[in-house]
Design a binder for this molecule. Structure first.
Ligand code: PXP
Length: 247
């Protein structure tokens, strides 16, 4: 089985920085440390309200990183302009609601198919790999494929929440849905990524899906790094991912 890539999402280093409004802790420093500690990519979400990552962070990440930047953004004109200016390795289109604490669900691609096809065309033409963050739903996967996305990222949040709540029936149902849909998307020719809410406790079943090429993990890793440091926190995640892959 191919090696699973670990993308480290550094948004919540910026959340802590912004709690005081100063310069520390610096998410770009965290990204460089993650890169030096074996991250295969860095993910950053420039939200419309700039609640964590800011424009200057994206400028600095583009300058500093040697691993690919996965630039998460909502499908707005402003974000499209920023992405076209930077041309990051990948652009991950996510739904965004102001009132939400985090990205709660996947993108409704099927309902917005024409607009999204039009929206991502210049990003693809600029050389960015376009990824769409969606639920494990056949209609959404087919729509993502039709609009020309190269990658889908499956939203693992419902699975992780069910696991944390001890609702194992729901957890297993979510897992089965993701298992079937990663195979389906892969057969269509899409590259499959997954992320949201992943922790040491729940990462392995997802990491074991052979079609999944990349996991993007942020909140748990950044939290865990308070206790262990970022490098050891990542090393343990890497170990669990590799173990799941080997069995
Ligand atoms: N992937 C996507 C598309 C996301 O929006 C997020 C959260 O910003 C993540 C992965 C990482 O989720 P978490 O911070 O819960 O690990």
């Amino acid at each position: 089985m191919s090696k699973l890539r670990l993308g480290v999402n550094i948004d919540h280093v910026a959340t802590v920085r912004n709690a005081r409004g100063g310069d520390t802790p610096d998410p770009v420093r965290a990204a460089i440390l993650a890169q030096d500690s074996g991250a295969d990519g860095i993910t950053a979400h420039l939200r419309e309200d700039r609640r964590h990552i800011g424009d200057a962070d994206i400028d600095a990440l583009m300058d500093a990183l040697t691993v690919p930047l996965n630039f998460e953004m909502a499908a707005t004109d402003e974000m499209q302009k920023i992405a076209l200016r930077h041309k990051p390795h990948a652009v991950c289109i996510v739904p965004e609601k102001r009132e939400e604490r985090t990205t709660e669900g996947g993108l409704e691609v099927a309902r917005e198919e024409n607009q999204l096809a039009h929206y991502i065309a210049p990003l693809r033409a600029a050389g960015c790999r376009v990824s769409i963050f969606i639920a494990a739903d056949q209609r959404q996967i087919e729509a993502a494929h039709r609009i020309g996305a190269q990658v889908i990222e499956l939203h693992t949040g419902a699975y992780c929440d069910a696991h944390a709540e001890g609702n194992f029936e729901k957890r297993d149902a979510e897992l089965e849905k993701m298992r079937a849909m990663s195979a389906y998307a892969h057969d269509l020719g899409l590259e499959v990524h997954a992320g949201h809410g992943l922790t040491y406790d729940c990462v392995k079943p997802i990491a074991a899906f052979p079609e999944v090429m990349e996991l993007n993990i942020g909140h748990f890793l950044i939290g865990e790094s308070i206790f262990r440091g970022l490098q050891p926190a990542m090393a343990e995640m890497r170990r669990l991912m590799d173990e799941a892959r080997a069995t």
